[in-house]
Write a protein that binds this ligand. Sequence first.
Ligand SMILES: [Zn+2]
Length: 208
Amino acid sequence: MTIGHPSWEELVRHLETGEPDLREHTRRCSRCDGIVKSATLLLEGLRNARLPMPPRHLVEATLARVTAEASRRPGFAAKLGSALREIGAALVADSRVPSHALRGAATAVPRMLLYETDRHRIAISIAGGNTPGTTDLLGQVSPKTGASLEPGGRATLSCGTESLEDSLTEFGEFAFRGVARGVHRIAVELGGDVIRVGDIDDGASSEP
Ligand SMILES: [Zn+2]
């Protein structure tokens, strides 16, 4: 024999308003009686808890520390206020386009790629590395407006399961040398932005 239990919504409504009246059911049903009893205990506990406010001096000390940190590290306040802004950089120029078949990836003349976001330009040069089957990716980030770049930037290169990191120089340069050829992605973290560049295919997949 099966008992028709009230739904969860009916149990909650019963606790809040007394309707529907489930007392007849809970007298006979230990399952629902248990749910109602523990929910009642929980609600009472929450009502009686009256969680205390942290002491005023602790709140002030914490705020002061956060403010000091924000003034020391550019971008810190922006990160606190909201998640990092993620932007995909758009490819605006690729020097390889007309002559890849002639040049290949291992010749001396690097391939140049130019990417743009609303605030930055990212130039990347790709040339064969010293070891066969490897690539050197050199990049430079420059601001579109204003002369100086936000300090503390870094670039991360990922290619398959490999991941490499480099800090930007004061001129916005970064370098990844001797990277296995393949499809590369670069993420530049700069002043609260994460700029995504790629996929960059260095031609390994199209070679015999
Ligand atoms: Zn029941």
